[in-house]
Structures are given as C-alpha cells and as structure tokens.
Write a protein that binds this ligand. Structure first.
Ligand SMILES: Nc1ncnc2c1ncn2[C@@H]1O[C@H](COP(=O)(O)OP(=O)(O)OP(=O)(O)O)[C@@H](O)[C@H]1O
Length: 250
C-alpha cells in the first residue's frame, strides 16, 4: 500500500500542461426535457492527470459525466477525446475508444456472481485480469461465488471499478466512489487510483468528499448551478480549503 498523502504535504502536479488534452469539453449545455441543467461547461483532462469535479448536490457533476459518455443525448457543445469528436457517437463506441464510466449506482448485476460480474465486459489487451482484480481487492476473491445482490456497498464499488479496468481504458470516469463507504475502504480505493495513475491512466472524479478529492486530484473544477465557477490546482488546494469547503456546504 502506498503511504497516505496528508493535506499538509501537497504533491506537485506531475502533468505537463503543454501536451494535448486527452479529454476536452467545450461549451457543453445539457437538458433534461425542458430543464437546462449544464450551462457552457468547459473542462479538460491531460494524459495521466486526475481531475475532480466538486460541488453541491444537483450542481451538474453527474450530468457532465453522463453527457461525456453519451448516456444523456440532449446536449450541445463539443466533446473531444484523444483528438476525436465523440459527441455524436453512441455510448458503446465512446467506451470502445477508451473511456470507462463507473456510475454512482455501480450497476452490479444482482443475479450474477462476483466473478461473473467481473468477467462480463470484454477483455482487451493490457486490461486487468481477474487475478489482478483479486490481488487489488482480495475480498472479491473471497466473495467470488456470491451473487452481486449479497455484496456490501464497498464490495460493490470495488467490483464496479475493477470490472471496467478489463477494457484497458485511457480515461476512467468515477462518480462518487467514496460515497457511504468505510474509511478503510475509501483509503484502499484511493491507493488503487494512485496505482492506476502511476501506470498512466487519467481519471475524472466526481466527489463530495474533499479529503479524498484533495488526496488524489491534480486539479479541481467547482460546479455551481450547472456551471464551473472556479478551478483549483493541487498546489493551491490547502490554502484554498475554506473556499472549497464553502462551495460544498449547504
Ligand atoms: N433524470 C433527470 N431528470 C430531470 N432532471 C434531472 C435528472 N437527473 C438530474 N436532474 C437535475 O439536473 C441537475 C443536475 O443534477 P446532477 O445529478 O448532475 O447533479 P450532481 O452535481 O451530480 O449532484 P448529485 O450528487 O446529487 O448527483 C439537478 O437540478 C437535478 O435535479
């Protein structure tokens, strides 16, 4: 396990801002029926970068992930991934380009066993094997034959993360991975995300847990009412902690 990062010892950003972004979102507007919920969102993720989206409930973070993945089709603007416009592609073709999404509800198949859930997505070269998943989270090996319906929230989250890694994504979209989980599990999931980043994976992380977000992210985008109102670099997160807490408080 890697050493925990404390708020008092920020690690400098290791990402070269001069390289082309892996993900670039420009002027994204999204709608649920008549309701206009994203208002001109601009963001980018560099190769190897972990970026967090933070903000109160209903601020538009999940809608941003759904819009990027094509799960929400009623949107305008531009979404470019690895240099290619993906806005008009269906979700399965977006995923095939190397984007993997772990939604907040985790989408574990309740009637399938842990192993069956794990081996459901198509394996791609360089993707995680079942053995690697079990090494990362040994509890999944112990629960291998249990149905998805019998898993705790933490076990479901671990399974949901390792399952999408089978497809060897370039960018992982995580929606509140720490929500409702015990601190020891949150710590372990953070360790695995850091391991993945060390291997070059980029992560776009929706979080309301500021401690978890500031441990991991190189940059934070702050959402208020469907817009990005602030951007905070890892180096500034400690000095701006009060601002960040205010953005999250209700
Ligand atoms: N399926 C839906 N139909 C209609 N409105 C929706 C739907 N999903 C979300 N909304 C609305 O869109 C806005 C943005 O919600 P979104 O879920 O993106 O926020 P969020 O920042 O991810 O917060 P949360 O943590 O609560 O999910 C909110 O006003 C929400 O009520």
């Amino acid at each position: 396990m890697s050493a925990p990062h404390t708020a008092s010892a920020p690690r400098p950003t290791r990402v070269d801002p001069g390289t082309a972004p892996l993900l670039q979102v420009r002027d994204l507007n999204a709608y649920y029926g008549q309701s206009h919920v994203l208002h001109g969102v601009n963001l980018h993720v560099q190769p190897g970068e972990i970026v967090s989206l933070i903000g109160r409930n209903g601020a538009g973070k999940t809608t941003t992930l759904r819009s990027i993945m094509g799960a929400l089709r009623t949107r305008t603007g531009s979404v470019t991934f690895d240099g290619q416009d993906i806005l008009r592609l269906p979700s399965n073709r977006i995923a095939a380009r190397g984007l993997a999404w772990v939604p907040e509800e985790r989408a574990i198949m309740s009637t399938l066993t842990v192993r069956e859930n794990l081996e459901l997505p198509p394996a791609r070269p360089g993707g995680w094997t079942t053995e690697r998943a079990y090494q990362a989270f040994p509890v999944l090996r112990e629960r291998g034959h249990h149905p998805g319906s019998k898993l705790s929230g933490g076990e479901q989250q671990m399974l949901a993360i390792v399952r999408v890694l089978r497809s060897a994504p370039k960018l992982l979209l995580l929606d509140e991975p720490s929500e409702g989980l015990a601190p020891v599990i949150v710590q372990r999931i953070g360790d695995i995300i850091e391991e993945l980043r060390a291997e070059g994976l980029s992560v776009l992380l929706v979080e309301q847990n500021l401690k978890f977000a500031t441990r991991l992210a190189d940059r934070h985008y702050v959402f208020v009412d469907g817009q990005i109102v602030d951007e905070v670099a890892r180096e500034d997160a400690l000095a701006r902690r009060e601002d960040l807490l205010r953005y999250l408080s209700v």
